[in-house]
Ligand binder design. Sequence first.
Ligand SMILES: [Zn+2]
Length: 379
Amino acid sequence: MFCATYFWFERLQVKQLQKIFLYPDIFYSGLLKADVKGLTFKHTAIHLSWKNFKEGYDNPDDKINLGLHELAHALKFDLEDELGFDSHFANYIDDWQRISEKEYNELANEVPSFLRSYGGANREEFFAVCVEHFFEAPEAFEDELPDIYNHLCFLLQQNPQNTTSDYLLTPTFLEKIKANEELIPLKPKTRIHHLRESFYGLSLLMFVSGLVIGVPVYLYYSEMLLTENGFFKAVAIPVFIFGLLQSVFFKIRGFNNMGYFVAYNFIGFVFLTLSLFVIVNYSIREKKTATRLHKIRLIDLEVVEGRGTGKYILTLEKNELINYIDVRTFSKSEVGDITHSQMENSEIFMVLHLSKGFWGIDNVLSKRLIQIGANNSYR
Ligand SMILES: [Zn+2]
């Protein structure tokens, strides 16, 4: 039976378990105010009575195994947030619970079963008791409750009866279940995406790439866009809502602690999508360009917290482009020697060189200031 436990670790990962505490015998739990054989704490540790742990393996077929029982609790505890869990297990546990629902309800109502009555205490104990039976009496389990057994094989990625080839789930095993019309078929393939090993991992990846790539790219390119005011209504809000729907979808799929997912996925998803949007608009643009002239009413040094930033912000006539501060911002060298008095004597224009992008939004290809003296402006 140590083999089975070994494969348990090999095929599935209990990710958040940090420590296992061993006690010589049954010990007192202050939390439960009772003597216990074993206890599993979420995200941290399993506490075991060594005597009872050993008994589990001394009697390999009595369907009682403390070590497997507590490990089963730890595996399920992992699913309670996105800090790390086995993705295959997470993706299939709901299916397995659905398939075993009827048996659980009967056991909870004290209907005699192949499974130990303690499994009727709650859903967690039911799973842990099933795991004990699975490793200690697989043949009888399959005979008595074939669907629960078969799907548990799939859930735990192993068949304890396949002693000749590494306890693996063979194609023959899957075929056999599919061929028997009385059984609920298993999924044809086991798919494990290592990249998506956990939602925490996926969310973190999205968050970091959004922060490192999405946000800077978006800010850089959006400076060169004349997005008009409809941009946020037409693009940003739908992207935001789509991100929210994803989160709701994953929540429905049974993943808890939405907070992580929303925060990580939103920064990531929203900004990666928006940055893609602006890159496409800039890269795939019309060859035809247009030039626009805007008369300037005022040039003012940008002041932040009482100190000049070295940048100048233009105010255009009729407050044109009022929402596009980036387009109206110029460096000292771009402003050159234009002074307020010069502005009174001549006319200053901002020249924008534009081309329409893929999404129909104007890209600012270049911008500069020109000065037309009062004497020659109407030549
Ligand atoms: Zn238990």
